[in-house]
Design a protein. Structure first.
Length: 115
């Protein structure tokens, strides 16, 4: 099953373990444009206007709430958005980060088509 079709699972707290580097790199292959830096899953998006960026932020906020897993988000220069994913409860990347990245990537591709 592709990442975009999976659901995030609840964090198990202290018992949660981050993915091994090889497993994270294997999952990264399903996420065009995403990269891993300093143990975080990162993506930069660019929009035509500030309102397009905010519209996308609202879309991914709904996705994050549904999945109960949230990204760190920064909007810079009015139209550039940086997304960062990391599972704080285990101090590393988990499958949930990759699932959420896939869902946000799909939302971006969908919004891009309607510009």
């Amino acid at each position: 099953m592709q990442l975009v079709d999976r659901r995030c699972r609840p964090c198990m707290g202290e018992n949660e373990r981050p993915l091994a580097e090889k497993d994270a790199l294997d999952l990264l292959k399903e996420l065009p444009g995403w990269r891993i830096e300093n143990g975080r899953l990162l993506m930069n998006y660019e929009f035509g206007t500030f309102m397009e960026a905010v519209s996308f932020l609202n879309k991914i906020a709904v996705i994050a709430a549904e999945e109960e897993h949230t990204p760190d988000v920064c909007i810079e220069d009015y139209n550039k958005m940086r997304l960062s994913l990391y599972t704080y409860c285990c101090g590393g990347l988990t499958e949930n980060d990759f699932i959420l990245a896939a869902k946000m990537g799909k939302a971006y591709d969908s919004q891009k088509r309607w510009r």
